[in-house]
Design a protein around this ligand. Structure first.
Ligand SMILES: Cc1cc2nc3c(=O)[nH]c(=O)nc-3n(C[C@H](O)[C@H](O)[C@H](O)COP(=O)(O)OP(=O)(O)OC[C@H]3O[C@@H](n4cnc5c(N)ncnc54)[C@H](O)[C@@H]3O)c2cc1C
Length: 391
């Protein structure tokens, strides 16, 4: 029987989900090319940055694919695509041939060329960055002079910025308690260029989120543009502000890899790949899914998972000579934790804030892990997030 060689590039939500959906299917040999031997759950990364165990967000690929006999994981990064010969070359020099190529390489951080931002700010794009941020926070708290506040600025009031900003004050209290720090003062400022926080969500959600942020002591600046960052200052709307730690959550851009192949990939204004309703780039053999693809609701883990499932389903249909199904986008639900056991939840029915929304968010975190692991293992990882890390 003909077995199709599927090569998937990128071991994030979209790529891993596609590979899992094809696992142990007799029609496919799957190769997953990824630079890391782990899957990382970004949605709970802010928790690792503010003291919770990183074991909640890091899942070894060997756990995910332990039973998948037809999935081979190659630790490599793609350096070159050769669509004419259906080959790709990795940075290792290894060459992989495919019948079908799935590009699920996500986004990369974008500092918009703001002077000093790449050098001095922290981010949370992967677990190493989140742990580095935690180390910097703990270091700043432990070395703070009495009665001299530690100033922390978060740039970007999207969900990630709101989540991390609202958890820092509480984390400072935990660190102070653990290390006997008296008189520790922390000033957290959330800075947003748009006129409101959570600008991509409804105005009702923004209002509720703003009130909650105020209640828990986060200083919010909107219509505020950061134009420079140094070791201990930032410039906002032309004014210099002290910032002992600056956290960048304001921008990302599509992986620059696509720009090297203009015949193969047509890009939108955000450099994401424009795909057909079957996720094809400009080739019947090359597909793009997840954050890198211009599909409705791209930029969300839920969408990347949905993309992966839809594409894998079509691969199976193709192998069984069934007609292919056009992609039907699915609107994600938005739940943003804002300090402690409190969150704001936006659905088609409306907006709610409070502990019930927080519980919904924790269930959503578990649901994400259940997409990749059997229930017991997913539950084990999820529960690890209730424990504190060493700091
Ligand atoms: C801090 C943070 C918090 C978030 N919170 C949420 C949330 O609460 N809810 C939600 O729905 N979404 C959230 N998101 C968005 C969500 O994580 C993304 O939408 C999702 O990761 C997209 O999946 P993906 O597979 O396209 O990309 P990714 O998951 O980013 O995976 C891309 C993979 O490709 C690999 N790669 C890159 N280049 C190459 C190469 N040349 N060769 C091989 N591999 C390569 C990368 O190493 C990476 O593993 C968050 C994102 C961040 C950064």
């Amino acid at each position: 029987m003909l077995r199709h060689k599927i090569v998937i590039v990128g071991g994030g939500f979209a790529g891993v989900k596609t590979a899992l959906e094809l696992a142990n299917n007799k029609h496919f040999d799957v190769t997953l090319i990824t630079p890391r031997s782990r899957f990382e759950y970004h949605g709970a990364m802010y928790r690792s940055a503010t003291g919770k165990s990183p074991l909640e967000v890091v899942v070894p690929l060997s756990e995910i694919f332990s039973e998948a006999l037809n999935v081979r994981v190659e630790l490599d990064s793609v350096a070159e695509l050769r669509p004419q010969t259906k080959e790709i070359e990795g940075e290792s020099g290894r060459v992989y041939t495919y019948d079908y190529l799935v590009m699920s390489v996500g986004y990369v951080v974008n500092y918009f060329n703001i002077p000093g931002m790449a050098l001095y700010s922290e981010n949370m794009y992967d677990i190493s960055a989140a742990i580095k941020l935690r180390h910097r926070l703990v270091g700043a708290f432990r070395t703070a002079q009495p009665h001299k506040p530690v100033h922390i600025s978060i740039i970007g009031a999207g969900p990630t910025g709101v989540e991390i900003a609202s958890d820092i004050e509480n984390f400072s209290k935990i660190v102070a308690g653990k290390h006997g720090l008296k008189d520790l003062q922390v000033h957290v400022t959330l800075i947003e260029a748009a006129p409101r926080v959570l600008a991509a969500l409804s105005t009702d959600t923004s209002k509720l989120a703003s009130k909650r942020l105020k209640d828990i002591g986060v200083n919010v600046m909107t219509d505020a543009k950061v134009t420079k960052c140094s070791e201990d200052h930032i410039v906002v709307n032309g004014h210099t502000h002290r910032s002992d730690i600056t956290i960048w959550t304001a921008g990302n851009k599509a992986n620059p890899l696509f720009e090297n192949y203009p015949d193969l990939f047509t890009l939108d204004e955000r450099k994401r790949v424009i795909v057909s309703e079957y996720f094809n780039a400009n080739s019947p053999h090359v597909f793009v899914i997840g954050d890198a693809a211009n599909t409705p609701f791209a930029g969300m883990a839920q969408t990347a998972i949905h993309n992966g499932m839809a594409l894998a389903d079509n691969f199976k249909r193709m192998a069984e000579n069934k007609h292919l199904l056009a992609y039907k986008p699915k609107k994600p639900e938005y739940v943003v934790p804002i300090g402690g056991e409190w969150a704001v939840l936006e659905t088609d029915e409306g907006v709610i804030g409070g502990i019930e929304a927080w519980k919904a968010r924790r269930q959503a975190d578990k649901w994400v892990l259940e997409n990749f692991l059997v229930y017991d293992l997913a539950n084990k990882h999820w529960r690890r997030g209730e424990k504190l890390a060493e700091f």
